[in-house]
Design a protein around this ligand. Sequence first.
Ligand code: 5GP
Length: 170
Amino acid sequence: MDKKVLIPRERIRERVQELGVRLSEDYRGKEPVLIGILNGVVFFFVELVMAMSIPLRIDFIKASSYGSSMTSSGKIRLLKGLSLHVKNQDLILVEDIVDTGLTLKHILDNLRTQEPASIKICALIDKKERRKQPINLDYCGFTVNEGFLVGYGLDFNEQYRYLPDICVIE
Ligand code: 5GP
């Protein structure tokens, strides 16, 4: 399959640094829990955490993904929940791509039942045009309008996660 570089590694690095600095300013004096949504988020998550300069804790959630299809089924299952207790904690939900918003809506509904003090969303990529659930991203790396993205942790059928750039499949 042909791939074209959409966002080069260096540009990603710069933008994630900026997000890390902003989060550190906004959460200074607090100790947020950063929650990564596996698996696509892993590169972004590590780079973001390492760009931050305040005390924080990390945890992960795994939701069922697209599988081998390129369109959201709308059916989301939680395969792994949180390990930490997050009641009264400030949560930052870290996601790779928000597309229809269905995955995030499901996860947000689940997290709210655990009574955190606050929940903010930090996504690497916003695909606004395909949104089905109104979800506001508090922190966002890039807005992308079309195409299926791979690389920097993002896969197509478990392939291409290792690529350092974000590429679009043609
Ligand atoms: P949503 O539920 O918002 O439609 O889908 C979000 C999830 O779908 C993302 O977390 C991501 O795993 C997957 N996804 C959406 N668009 C893309 C894409 O362009 N490339 C890849 N690899 N995954 C995508």
